[in-house]
Design a protein around this ligand. Structure first.
Ligand code: ADP
Ligand code: MG
Length: 206
């Protein structure tokens, strides 16, 4: 799926974050959003996912302008992983069950075994399923979120600091998945390890 931003503007109180920002990310393209801390990278990712409304301008996903009616359908083609993403307050196991039973995911026929194997790959043992989502550390949330994303067959991956605080092995696993996926990928990260992938760099508010 391709991502287009058309003349996005957004002001918080009196802080003008974006003013007529336009950019295109082609189908299958992998980009690295860069810019100083506070420049709006995370906010831009939320705008693409429909978690933040711009004051003006349009987000166009595969030719469809995002709006209140189509956001759920379009979002089900995207995966967004960030440390502070709101998770429902329940056991991780329930969360996983609900996720694999969710309409847009049911067709994948994911079993609990497959999920467990994937979580194990990212260093999460079966007992993580008995934890409450709010008990997870930032790193556990990232690994859970990213592991699940790789199973869900999403065409757009939005990855906000998914390797921060992870050990080198876990970070390498994530980078390898990003290298191999056919999805369109947007990365935000301070980790130099991403240099290996030759992602196209996009500067925000230099
Ligand atoms: P980055 O990810 O590049 O570090 P952010 O997108 O997180 O930057 O934030 C950009 C700026 O917008 C920051 O100054 C932040 O405080 C502000 N900001 C982000 N979200 C909100 C919000 N919902 N309300 C008010 N200000 C916000
Ligand atoms: Mg950020």
């Amino acid at each position: 799926m391709k991502i287009e931003l058309h003349k996005i503007s957004l002001t918080f109180k009196d802080q003008k974050l974006f003013s007529d920002l336009s950019l295109n990310i082609a189908q299958g393209e992998k980009v690295w959003l860069q810019g100083p801390s506070g420049s709006g990278k995370s906010t831009l990712m939320k705008i693409i996912f429909g978690f933040q409304q711009p004051n003006s301008g349009e987000v166009v996903i595969d030719g469809n302008i995002l709006n209140a009616r189509n956001i759920n359908a379009i979002r089900s083609g995207m995966g967004y992983v960030a440390q502070n993403i709101p998770l429902p307050k329940l056991k991780v196991g329930r969360f996983v069950d609900e996720l694999i039973q969710f309409e847009a995911n049911r067709k994948l026929g994911l079993s609990k075994d497959v999920v467990l194997k994937t979580l194990e790959k990212y260093g999460l043992e079966e007992d993580v399923l008995d934890k409450n989502t709010e008990e997870l550390s930032g790193g556990e949330r990232q690994r859970l979120g990213f592991g699940l994303l790789t199973l869900l067959d999403r065409e757009i991956w939005l990855l906000d600091e998914v390797t921060s605080g992870l050990d080198n092995n876990n970070a390498k696993l994530i980078i390898k998945e990003v290298e191999e996926t056919k999805a369109t990928v947007v990365v935000i990260s301070h980790d130099k390890i991403w240099e290996k992938l030759n992602l196209k760099k996009i500067q925000i508010n230099e």
